[in-house]
Design a protein around this ligand. Structure first.
Ligand code: NDP
Length: 282
């Protein structure tokens, strides 16, 4: 079997284009959706992500503010900025790009963002609401994975899914979302015993590890759906995923490439969450 490719770039474009009428209506009512993106320090990858997010908000005609602060910024200064944006009626969504420089308590900063403006879905209130299946801002990357899974047209009910990686921003919310799709979910991590066997049982494999090609093609159950969240630098400087793409594509029914798979979906879901925040504003 050779897998069909899930084109994240195309799906992301479709999702963001579909937001335009809502953005136009909000703008006509005098209040375009407003997104503030905060970058602290000079991590080059973070700078690229922040630029892409602000650019997409700009392309869609949203009000957006990109705030770049030096690595020497204190936690108190950052918290004061978050407070200011929380109180700003023109801002519907606030995103604090992680990682933050050493000396700043990430949790304290992310917890300060109003849950109603938490378009990244990282606030514990939104995490709790997600697990209780109540309306919530869902973290953008796992939300984007779900959109890609829907595009396969495969009925996932009752399927065995494995998520590799248990971060708060990808792996754990991914488990909650797959459970909501009635999958039977296994969460694997660095202490998981016999990962090849665990992966080999899965109808759906989500790799969110951050180790180049650690999921071998030979582990994949024939016909499985493989979603690769990983973004890693290859020795030649190009980007590569967590999955050994060529051999995995020989066995899978569907697969996402890196780049061009999950990455563009993350930004599309951020735009979706921001428009939703604007629609729900009090
Ligand atoms: P984290 O570093 O926070 O988490 C990595 C997880 O992988 C941990 O739970 C860790 O286990 C697990 N892990 C590490 N090594 C192994 C191993 N050998 N076997 C099994 N599990 C292992 O990463 P993130 O969740 O933030 O990101 C994961 C990847 O996704 C990265 O490549 C990142 O760049 C990418 N990413 C991509 C996005 C996109 O838009 N495409 C957005 C966000 C992330 P343990 O908990 O036991 O340490």
């Amino acid at each position: 079997m050779t897998a069909r490719v899930l084109d994240g770039k195309a799906v992301a474009a479709e999702i963001t284009e579909a937001l335009r009428p809502q953005i136009a209506a909000l703008t006509a009512a005098g209040h375009p959706p407003g997104l503030a993106v905060i970058l602290v320090g000079d991590d080059p990858a973070s700078a690229v992500y922040v630029r892409l997010k602000s650019q997409r908000a700009h392309d869609l005609g949203m009000a957006h503010r990109q705030i770049s602060l030096p690595a020497t910024t204190s936690e108190a200064e950052l918290l004061a900025l978050v407070d200011e944006l929380n109180a700003d009626p023109a801002i519907d969504g606030i995103l604090v790009q992680v990682p933050l420089p050493r000396g700043i308590d990430k949790d304290r900063v992310l917890d300060r963002v109003l849950p109603s403006k938490d378009v990244d879905g990282f606030h514990p209130v939104n995490t709790g609401r997600l697990w209780q299946r109540r309306a919530a801002f869902v973290p953008c990357t796992p939300a984007g994975v779900i959109e890609l899974l829907k595009r396969t047209g495969v009925d996932l009910r009752g399927m065995d899914a494995v998520v590799i990686g248990r971060s708060n921003i990808v792996g754990k919310p991914m488990v909650a979302l797959l459970e909501q799709m009635d999958c039977t979910v296994t969460l694997a991590h660095s202490r998981t015993r016999n990962l090849p066997e665990v992966v080999g049982r899965a109808d759906v494999v989500i790799a969110a590890v951050g180790v180049l090609e650690m999921v071998k093609g030979a582990w994949i159950k024939p016909g499985a759906i493989v979603i690769d969240v990983g973004v890693n630098r290859r020795p030649d400087g190009k980007l590569g995923g967590d999955v050994e793409y060529g051999p995995a594509a020989e066995r899978a029914s569907w697969i996402t490439p890196v780049p061009g798979g999950v990455g563009p979906m993350t930004i599309a879901m951020l735009m979706t969450n921001t428009v939703r925040a604007a629609t729900q504003r009090g």
